[in-house]
Design a protein around this ligand. Sequence first.
Ligand code: GLN
Length: 290
Amino acid sequence: MIALAPETSRIAARARAVDVLAAGGIETAALDARILVEEALGVTATDLALRGEAPIGPEGAARLAAFLARRAAGEPVARIIGAWEFWGLPFALSPETLVPRPDTETLVETALGLGLRRDGAHRLADLGTGSGCILVALLSEWPRAEGLGLDRSPGALRTARANAARNGVGDRAAFAAGDWAAALAGPFDLVVANPPYIASTIVDGLSGEVRDHDPRLALDGGSDGLDAYRAILAQVPPLLAPGGHLVVEIGYDQEAALRGLAAAHGLMPEVRRDLAGHPRVVVMAPRIAT
Ligand code: GLN
């Protein structure tokens, strides 16, 4: 257990937090310590800079000690504070939602680059919306677009709805329970999904930070990792408006599999890479009959 005296200053507490996390083998000790101190004490970076000598008090000491113990035990910062940033926007998390990943910003960028007009009244659907991060990011960029987020988990839908409201797009977003696109009526200009795409046997071998803290339902893509894509590619093509696109995130080794599935469903695939150079996003559009 980490003991912190209530009279410890904010600055000293942050230094102590860095030491505790570094000693616990956390590579991002400095960054994590800053976020956890701000959250535990309810202060901003400015408060820390301008009033760093103020004591943390008994409550602050207890909260920070508990946060540091959880982080040192391998719990991700996003889970501890129940929030994370995506596309520069704040998102609340719940046990039913994945922590938004930077990789997924490649999907948002790809969608924004499809040529849809910024002020168009586009109709969007996000399958397996989770925290709602993809849909909310897109609605924040397209001020007249409207979107539907689907998820199997009622807890995720509550979280996504709250995230849409918090980011000012709640009046243009609706959320509903659904198994991929099964209950949807089109047409949609854009359907996006970051479905679970990890093979069941691999999920158990993932790092503890992911395996023990992200919801299994959000990771496990069945025996070969492709179950969700099979369902989505079977359901979505008839729902697309003329000129509409389906855009999905994939695992780094799933490009060939997705090209095969796309071809089998009469879709033309285009693959985009993430910042690390891995195939990460597939854009699909119905092949135009000639
Ligand atoms: N769409 C959500 C996200 O990108 C959830 C993804 C998932 O749970 N597989 O974070």
